[in-house]
Ligand binder design. Structure first.
Ligand code: FPP
Length: 226
């Protein structure tokens, strides 16, 4: 893969909507619009993989009306964006559990993945019904004693590289069960901006900040070596 792996926890849709006297689902709808803009801008910023946290396994506990609205939104997004991803040479795939997704959404996921499988400019991964702890437990169950880090990384999924930059919008500073293994050495960036107020320019700022950071992976600064 060329380019960096950016992962985003898209938080703040509900507060954005509340502040405007709108239902939470209106915040998610606005959030979907931002997803389109960010996906459009990301390849030009040197992003080779973009993983978006759209629905965590703990989100099933939200009110039925909100969960239903989100599932519908995901289906509409996948159906509408598939062609655009094909045209833009973007591969789209979904990580997380599939068996609890509504059947029409599952079909939309299968269709989007099949149609965009050859995309090589960027790989967009959408995390739906995702839990990093569950992913780790199921990877461990498939491995035998003596498994290496590489075996583990492979068992975890689609051969995705480690996350280089993790961005969380909405002001909270936590990982919320997202890509716990893959973020071992990720640079973390937390912004108070609510997700509906994020855009491709904000992603460009985040990527610039990432390039200013010195990644040491447990080593010492280059100037101090020797
Ligand atoms: C967290 O904000 C956001 C979500 C649980 C849903 C994220 C979904 C989208 C951005 C919609 C579209 C996504 C795709 C991939 C089409 P929150 O509701 O927890 O906000 P709050 O913390 O302000 O309540």
């Amino acid at each position: 893969m060329k380019g960096i792996h950016v992962a985003i926890i898209m938080d703040g849709n509900g507060r954005w909507a509340n502040a405007r006297g709108l239902p939470r689902v209106a915040g998610h709808r606005e959030g979907a619009r931002v997803v389109r803009k960010v996906v459009e801008g990301a390849p030009g910023l040197g992003v080779g993989m973009l993983t978006l946290y759209a629905f965590s396994s703990d989100n099933w506990g939200r009110p039925q009306r909100e969960v239903g609205g989100l599932m519908r939104l995901f289906r509409i997004y996948l159906a509408a964006e598939t062609q655009r991803c094909v045209e833009n040479d973007i591969r789209m795939s979904v990580i997380g559990r599939r068996d609890r997704l509504p059947e029409p959404l599952r079909r939309a996921v299968d269709g989007a993945e099949a149609a965009t499988a050859d995309g090589s400019r960027m790989h967009l991964r959408i995390a739906l019904d995702y839990s990093a702890r569950d992913a780790l437990v199921s990877a461990a169950a498939r491995l035998s004693a003596g498994a290496t880090r590489d075996d583990f990384a492979r068992a975890l999924g689609d051969g995705a590289p480690d996350v280089d930059l993790l961005v969380r919008t909405g002001g909270e500073q936590r990982l919320s069960d997202f890509l716990l293994w893959e973020c071992a050495y990720a640079e973390l960036l937390f912004t108070p901006r609510m997700w509906p107020d994020f855009d491709a320019g904000a992603l460009a700022d985040a990527v610039s900040e990432y390039h200013r950071r010195e990644r040491r992976f447990g080593g010492v600064p280059v100037a101090a070596a020797g």
